[in-house]
Design a protein around this ligand. Sequence first.
Ligand SMILES: Cc1cc2nc3c(=O)[nH]c(=O)nc-3n(C[C@H](O)[C@H](O)[C@H](O)COP(=O)(O)OP(=O)(O)OC[C@H]3O[C@@H](n4cnc5c(N)ncnc54)[C@H](O)[C@@H]3O)c2cc1C
Length: 554
Amino acid sequence: MSYSRPVRERLDGRHFDVAIIGGGINGIAIARECALAGRRVLLVEKADIASGTTSRATRIIHGGLRYLEHGEIGLVRESLRERNRLLKERPHLVRPLNFVLALHTHGVIRSALAIRTALWLYTQASGSHASRDRSESLARFDSTLDRGLDLRLFSYEDAQCEYPERLVAEWAGEAVQAGAVIRNYTQALEILVQEGKARGLRSRDLIDELEAAVTADWIVNATGPWADEVLQHSQLEQEQLIGGVRGTHIVLPVFGGAPADALYTEASDGRPMFVIPWAGQILVGTTEAPQLESVDSAEPTAAEIAYLLTAVRRLYPRAGIAASDIRYSYTGVRPLPYSPRESMGAISRRHKLHDHLEDGIAGLITVVGGKLTTAASLARSCACMIGIRLPEAPATFVAAGPDAGLENTFAEWAQTVAKVAGIPAASAAAIAEWHGRHALCVARTAALDPVLQSPLCPHSEHIVAEAIEAVQRESAITLGDILLRRVPVALGACWSDECSRTAAARIGAALGWTEHQQRTELESFLEERRRFLRPVPPGPFSPTRESLLTQSAC
Ligand SMILES: Cc1cc2nc3c(=O)[nH]c(=O)nc-3n(C[C@H](O)[C@H](O)[C@H](O)COP(=O)(O)OP(=O)(O)OC[C@H]3O[C@@H](n4cnc5c(N)ncnc54)[C@H](O)[C@@H]3O)c2cc1C
């Protein structure tokens, strides 16, 4: 049996209530909100959903402790409310994470009392009044960090979404179920404006190269750091809206003394820095540099990598971290509001919905800024601007009943999946963790055919049925869409070229790919992975000694 992807319907000549450009977390959240409210929605994305800034983030779902220092109380409150909502609604994807705040004692303006007060305010604003005993976590950090650094340690709780790519896939699936047309690999060429009103879009399908023109009552430009470029291509006279700020991360294998909780500290120049356990590895980030060239050309620079490496070595001198230990680096461009007179760290992280009526064009909104954390509330504001009346308190799906703990809910999901699909418990648990309630759909697909029950590669718990679901229900088209974003096994600690070859063969067999198709899919996947997760080239910071790190084994 072979499982093919659904046919892409023709767009030319169609009318939509809302046409959205950009399938990052913000565009998809807006599409979902409008479709659930019964609007006819089109979303076009030039690459794959969540392949832009959304997959380049630090992946924490946070209130923004640092924003307190900038007096952005409203933003902190909104972010904490959204964080709590995500923890409740998507507990399989957004999980609580303990943070240790490590601040230098020398030459520092903040007193311990001021920091404790800020943390108390932060906890109160989050609605959590429980003060957990975190002395054990603090003691662990105290014993692994460099004692010479004179760090003062505090602890607090925030959250992490290891795979925002999966969150976006789920929201996109829900938008499609509510009737939205989500079109990846479709580039908006021009916003069509007539007599002071945005009337529609001209787009090109990058798969069959066909152009289409659609009309729409509202156009939302949700292209993140590309927003100005889209407006320029549409010949719209417009002041610059976005000031792109590049942020780079490096990814290390788990090293001796590596944190089990997240570390939030300041680098030597006072910039915030995170060291976070992620996907069986350690994520270190980030930097801030203006992205003056085109967004598509953004890549980690040698100076950024050296900066992050120096900072993490300084914190963990006993781990013997060398440049050759860096598994890869990745970079993204924050779509911050254009603020040439402000320092990059001080630019507000609050989003803005720019109504182009201010510039004489009705029916056009551009999204400026935004965070993973606040995408859903941004979407609700956008829906309101469009004239959609939303219920005062959006319905919340709560995964666990009042008496059932979350771990019980996961265990129940996993048990059902194992039973329905006839797969081992570990595999069922991995599927429940990534797909939540939708894990049952994966299980039903797996039950159709033993080929779909096989793992994607010998080391993975994830199975071919997840790839089929990705293609049939989550608009995945390429091998890269599957392995990097819908079933993101290729971000993991032990993924190798051999894993890629095995997964391509197994997925290709189920999807009925020819040998040629399988080869080209594999080649473009490897190329895309290299462009995203960049191996660190030999450079001035290359080590000459053996790495002391414990390499994670599959
Ligand atoms: C380094 C870094 C770290 C971050 N860390 C965090 C964090 O820990 N927590 C947090 O909450 N937030 C974080 N953020 C912020 C967050 O990631 C972004 O604000 C958010 O992902 C922006 O989403 P978006 O949908 O607006 O943009 P994007 O995800 O960039 O989506 C825009 C999409 O538009 C598409 N597009 C562009 N041009 C066209 C066209 N002509 N036609 C069709 N499609 C087009 C692009 O391909 C892209 O997919 C971080 C950001 C960066 C850069």
